[in-house]
Design a protein around this ligand. Structure first.
Ligand code: SF4
Length: 149
């Protein structure tokens, strides 16, 4: 039985890593680099992540792209809570990871203060190659984790 369940985990993990339905939560200039990565030259479709969803209820990976202000943070939490499990979060760009150079009362100093984060992608903005590296790290994490079926 142990052998069977661990093999099933492998198969489900393999399938999930190549069927990423992302929800882009875009607030600022990093969005330009997000779009550049999604277009043909870098082709995220190769990684099974080419179809963004426009409802969080249909998505399993939340891409948080850009500065998150204290005012919009409750909206981000609400979006995250609408996603069904299993779900993952990518912090895209230094503003999302740490607040970046917006060292003021209005900016969330890293989205991990309000929602859990699986992968941090640094840069201002991150180069598409860095984004793809982050995406591959997420795929590996998805594949290796214990799968809920
Ligand atoms: S990390 Fe740089 S490019 Fe991205 S949202 Fe912040 S200031 Fe804009």
């Amino acid at each position: 039985m142990g052998f069977f369940t661990s093999r099933l985990d492998d198969v489900v993990g393999w399938a999930r890593q190549y069927s990423i339905f992302q929800y882009p939560f875009v607030t600022a200039c990093c969005g330009m680099e997000y779009m550049a990565t999604a277009c043909a030259h870098y082709d995220v479709d190769r990684f099974g992540a080419g179809l963004p969803r426009f409802s969080p209820r249909q998505a399993d990976v939340l891409f948080v792209v850009g500065t998150i202000s204290q005012k919009i943070a409750p909206v981000l939490v609400n979006v995250y809570q609408q996603m069904c499990a299993p779900k993952w979060v990518v912090a895209f760009g230094v503003c999302t990871c740490t607040g970046g150079f917006y060292d003021n009362y209005a900016t969330v100093r890293g989205i991990d203060h309000v929602i859990p984060v699986d992968v941090y992608i640094p840069g201002c903005p991150p180069r598409p190659e860095t984004v793809l590296q982050g995406l591959m790290m997420l795929q590996e994490k998805i594949r290796k984790q214990r799968q809920e079926v």
